[in-house]
Ligand binder design. Sequence first.
Ligand code: UFG
Length: 326
Amino acid sequence: MKILVVGGAGYIGSHMVKHLLDTGRRVVVVDNFSTGHRDAVRAADLLELDIADANAVAELFETHSIDAVMHFASFIQVGESMTQPAKYYANNLAATLCLLEAMVKAGVSKFIFSSTAAVYGDPDYVPIDESHPKRPINPYGRSKWMLEQILEDFDRAYGLKSVSLRYFNAAGADPDGELGERHEPETHLLPLILQAASGRRPSITVFGRDYDTPDGTCIRDYIHVTDLVDAHDLALKYLDSAGASAAFNLGNGQGYSVDEVIEAARKVTGRSIETVDAPRREGDPARLVAESSTAKSVLGWQPQFSDINTIVAHAWGWERQYPWRR
Ligand code: UFG
């Protein structure tokens, strides 16, 4: 079996590639390096390519006999998607459509898609299950939801089978310490907290203390990157055993507030971490927590690193390697 990993030099993609290689699978990695890092990929077949380039993608499928595609390549900043929607629709939607068309032409019929909790928008209820209404409130979430709907059409028309994995808050790092989160600029809570702990930034800004939550700060469901990787592997096995196209939430089902994550980081790192209060960040729902029982019952998924202290500890192991080894 040969798997094409698109966006394999990024945060979650690079952890996936490592896992696939460690478990003896053959892997072709594609990345345009707009945000990914070359040194995060050990795969022999690493191609610099933009999936919007239809000819290059067609050639790729001609050269390599691909059995399944895992697609991690997308822009992920909610705020940026509000000011630059074209960038998000061009890459997350149009370029991905190009990839899907090439798959259909090449007869590749298994696709695993990195989707997001942002497809739900402001939740009517938590924990959020997969049948919760989809009302994304920003172009990022909309681009992912549109793509999920395209996947339904591609199944009906072309028999392309897909699993969309709706990540909640991806966090943590490779337990072996080889890989971790390296966004530029970094916008995610946990890496920013740990940069404050290591002294790379003076403090962590808390966006809003007036939410309807016990301590007033936003609650999120943090899920370890290794657990996300495991879910992809199980999704691949599911499609291999003729599973129907489906979408699954991936979260721990337990929410932590911004203050609780900061407190966990103080405990794990032993460092004092200074906070600065700021107004709410636009578009942040008060509480996002996943109901992930479908992934557990259908895929057999069981998160191994659900403890927030473990998630923080692995991310801290990575932050302490800064500037990261080349
Ligand atoms: N936060 C701060 N200070 C910071 C950064 C974040 O207080 O410096 C807060 C945010 O307001 C939010 C929480 O920490 O309440 C988590 O914020 P992140 O930016 O880490 O993550 P988000 O929940 O905004 O977004 C994540 C993914 C998105 C995805 C979304 C789904 O990064 O790609 O979950 O809801 F769309």
